[in-house]
Design a protein around this ligand. Structure first.
Ligand code: PGA
Length: 254
């Protein structure tokens, strides 16, 4: 198995003011000083918190990401921000195609693809989210949905060995519901995604791409999830809001 460094990511969604983000990011830095040596840690606050959070993370080894961006470099796109804007705030990662963006804001695979291309072009590492709804799972469509989202989302995206895209498998039915996919269910999906990646970028690179699991990850279940061979980290919503909980997730191997 390729040597994939774990990535534990906090998705703060629409929570925290800049002051709260600064305070909580500072606490996380304090509590993850050992973990950063062996695990990549990422915090993705809202746009308005990026600059303050960057100050808290400065010199810590904990990375900053945003939760979205537009694919255009600039222009008349009211309410949007571009790759260069989030880069200027200190981001090195950007979460794209989160199911909440797809579900509530009409994001499509095509849009996710444009954003992913723009992110890689700008020098950001995209964290591309994929995942099936409960209905799709019950109808036996999970793998088809994942194949479509991965193939269309990553269409023509260059796989640069030093800046490989990250994927996040987040079954929609497990997000914020308290229902976690079992480690075996998640492993099955991750294995399937990796096999699909092999068709896109070849075996060696597919083996180097990190695939995170997201959906009600918490301190009580991270250990089991991380034991699965194709689970390389976690994208965490609810349990990332409390610094001590998120730090304990990042410290899963300590
Ligand atoms: P959750 O959210 O951990 O609250 O389920 C995960 C996500 O949406 O990234």
């Amino acid at each position: 198995m390729a040597d994939r460094r774990p990535l534990i990511a906090a998705n703060w969604k629409m929570h925290k003011t800049p002051d709260e983000a600064f305070r909580d990011a500072s606490s996380i830095v304090e509590m993850t000083q050992q973990a950063v040596k062996t695990v990549d840690i990422l915090i993705a606050p809202s746009f308005v918190c990026l600059e303050r959070t960057a100050k808290a993370l400065s010199g810590s080894g904990v990375a900053l990401g945003s939760q979205n961006m537009h694919w255009e470099a600039y222009g008349a796109y009211t309410g949007e921000v571009s790759a260069s804007m989030i880069l200027a705030c200190g981001c090195t990662f950007v979460i794209l195609g989160h199911s909440e963006r797809r579900q509530y804001f009409g994001e499509t695979d095509k849009g996710v693809n444009l954003k992913t291309l723009a992110a890689v072009e700008a020098g950001l590492v995209p964290v591309v989210c994929v995942g099936e709804s409960l209905k799709e799972r019950e109808k036996g469509e999970t793998f088809n949905v994942l194949d479509r989202q991965v193939q269309e989302g990553l269409k023509n995206v260059p796989f640069k060995p030093d800046r490989l895209p990250v994927l996040a498998y987040e079954p929609i039915w497990a997000i914020g519901t308290g229902l976690t996919a079992t480690p075996e269910q998640a492993q099955q999906a991750h294995e399937h995604i990796r096999a699909g990646l092999e068709q896109i970028c070849g075996k060696t690179l597919a083996n180097s791409v990190r695939i995170l699991y997201g959906g009600s990850v918490k301190p009580a279940n991270i250990g089991q999830l991380m034991q699965m061979p194709d689970i390389d980290g976690a994208l965490v919503g609810g349990a990332s809001l409390e610094p001590a909980d998120f730090a304990s997730l990042a410290n899963f191997g300590q």
